[in-house]
Design a protein around this ligand. Sequence first.
Ligand SMILES: Nc1nc2c(c(=O)[nH]1)N[C@H]1C(S)=C(S)[C@@H](COP(=O)(O)OP(=O)(O)OC[C@H]3O[C@@H](n4cnc5c(=O)[nH]c(N)nc54)[C@H](O)[C@@H]3O)O[C@H]1N2
Ligand SMILES: Nc1nc2c(c(=O)[nH]1)N[C@H]1C(S)=C(S)[C@@H](COP(=O)(O)OP(=O)(O)OC[C@H]3O[C@@H](n4cnc5c(=O)[nH]c(N)nc54)[C@H](O)[C@@H]3O)O[C@H]1N2
Ligand code: SF4
Ligand SMILES: [Mo]
Length: 694
Amino acid sequence: MKKSIYSMCGMCTVRCHIRAEVEDNRVTWMEGNQHILGGALCARGAAGVALRDDTERPQGPLIREGARGEGKWRQVSWEEALDHVAGKLGAIKEKYGPQSIVVSSRGGPWQGLYKTFVHAIGSPNYTNHDNTCGRNTHHASLSVNGVARKGLQYDYKNARHLVLFGRNLFAALLLTETRAVMEMLQKGGRLTYVDVRVTETSSKATRFFHVRPGTDYALALAMVHQVIRENAYDAAFVDKYVKDFSALCTFVEPYTPAWAAKECGVDEDSIINFVREINEDRPKVIFHPGWNLSRYNDSFYASRMLHILNGLMGSVEMEGGLFFPKGPGDCGVKSIRTVDCKKPDIERADGCGTTYPQFEKGPGLAHLLFPAMKTGKPYPVKAWLAMRHDPFTCMPDPEQQKEYFDHCDLLVSIDTHYSEFGWYADVILPESMFLERDNHIIVQKGLKPRLAVRRKIVEPRFDTKAAWDIFRQLAVRMGVEEYFPYETIEEFWSWQLEPTGFTMKDFEEKGFIELADKPVFYNRDELEGKFKTPSGKIEVISGVLEKAGLPSLKPYQSPAAPPAGKFRLVYGRVAVHTHSHTQNNPLLHQMMDENNLWINTRQAEQLGIGDGDMVEVRAANGYGGRLRAFVTDFIHPEAVFTVHGFGRQVPRQTRTHDRGVSDQRLMAGLLDVWDQAGGAISLCESFVTVKPAR
Ligand SMILES: Nc1nc2c(c(=O)[nH]1)N[C@H]1C(S)=C(S)[C@@H](COP(=O)(O)OP(=O)(O)OC[C@H]3O[C@@H](n4cnc5c(=O)[nH]c(N)nc54)[C@H](O)[C@@H]3O)O[C@H]1N2
Ligand SMILES: Nc1nc2c(c(=O)[nH]1)N[C@H]1C(S)=C(S)[C@@H](COP(=O)(O)OP(=O)(O)OC[C@H]3O[C@@H](n4cnc5c(=O)[nH]c(N)nc54)[C@H](O)[C@@H]3O)O[C@H]1N2
Ligand code: SF4
Ligand SMILES: [Mo]
């Protein structure tokens, strides 16, 4: 019998709402939820069905037989695998203390489950992927606005002008956002875009700044300079809510548009005209603070300026501007219950919040756990469970990482695929792919907050389990099951919903439970305290930074030009792949089966490289490979660009094994290169050589 089920996509971490039809345990139709996405789904979401059919994924729990990375596995029962992992964790806890155990994950709305587990067994060391994603912009937001990266959201649809610094929103998709920006453009809104490449987003932009790599901070400083000079800011809002504005005015004095034009390689008039445009469009102007802007040594400061520019526009808590995301409490509704365990009061192994007071303790910084592995200080790190996280593709230089991870007695991968890390690990616990599993209920904050849930659409094809079950089973074996007060997902859901008065039936009409029927805004005149900084305002000077010996306003330093014969390696996404875990998908593999190397026409000519030729690209550590050249004017001459996620090394993924070149392997030495104020690894601070392949 045919059934229609609302659920949530899992082909990337955007987790779009979907509706699927199923017949005889097969998905026959899938679309974006009509109530939110008007049916839209991206190519990767649609290819979820091909992932279900894919046999080149772990088909049951695996325990390593040979040496790490050798690829010899024994498929075992769940009983045996879970006993094995819990036994090892118990022994490590006994010998080194519970704090020697790390759980990492991709973060996201379900992470409370994994965090609860690691805290319950006595370790403060939960970490996530964000050290190579948005950590600089997150810390920048905390220092300026006092709230997390996602603690302010954007009403793109109603904006009159959106400014994107390297946020390639039409390829690096977040479907609801991408659609909202399309709507904004259709309504006549303006889009200013900054990139070192001409991208899909440049082609939709009304103004494009093609900048020299790593100079965003210079451009942002000049924008602030000109905004102040032309009085193109909301003086009333600034008076009321921006602290230390005069320090900002003094600081940006030397950073004129003429200076930035030279530094960034753009037109001075273009900067001046841009500021005139935003002055017309104010206050409905949004400066996106960057997402993967966390890639240069000064990205934290660049992002801080973008947050400050939002403050100057005064667009907070209004249509077409920024808003504080609302939760159930703002709608007069009680929230759901979530699993939780207080974090043990032990110093983090990565030093976040202690050695590094400027970094939030939260998930810490994964790369700062490596020194603890190597030196045993402040204490040894001996076990790492990676849940929906692939350290070897997420962080640079996997060969260097292996040397660190070899100090661990237990490496576990909880994954739907063979990750690069999983292939090297001791145990793989396969999670059911998203169509095959339920998840617990989550709150999605926003202007119109809602409760959301992922529902199982088909039965698991192989011997796999859902995360709620895996973590509970491990908790039972570790003697901390009291933190997981359920046995089945139905019991979990009922326990979560109990305070709210809603039931699972309430999800049936639209796939989610809407908690407000119209957008909820706070009163713009009463925002004191909403910014969680010490002053309750937007802070130009941050006490936390100053105390850590870091300047709040850092003078600009020009990025190093590439050494002779080298190029700066920049990387990014394409619309048809998610990081490194869709390359082996039978459908997506057909759409793009390897990466190429973008190189500027003039540079290519000098090197004797023609469009479509094979080139050899090599890093300082000797790693290299062959890629096809894409010779174009659409990339800055100092840089070459490639798409992340290729050059995979898992032999069981036959379609993608060894296809293309891995950008993270080309990032030699970058584990030690990170933004001292923002914390994230500076993924764009490496240089490669390129020559025609013989
Ligand atoms: N299809 C798809 N969508 C995704 C993802 C995915 O894997 N696939 N991943 C999601 C995730 S986790 C994230 S974090 C986001 C990332 O979203 P984005 O940050 O928008 O995406 P990226 O492609 O990483 O990088 C964007 C651009 O930065 C440019 N760039 C490089 N150096 C500079 C510079 O110095 N200045 C400027 N201004 N630009 C520069 C690159 O040329 C690239 O076009 O995408 C999300 N959406
Ligand atoms: N060199 C380089 N490094 C980068 C980037 C880059 O572009 N270049 N991008 C950076 C960015 S922005 C980010 S966000 C990170 C991403 O880094 P990660 O978060 O590590 O990457 P993902 O590919 O999202 O997923 C990690 C693992 O989750 C698994 N997975 C997918 N779906 C599921 C599921 O439903 N359940 C479970 N249990 N596992 C699942 C995948 O198979 C994969 O092995 O990488 C960062 N690092
Ligand atoms: S953006 Fe695409 S892959 Fe990601 S959740 Fe949405 S439909 Fe799925
Ligand atoms: Mo990311």
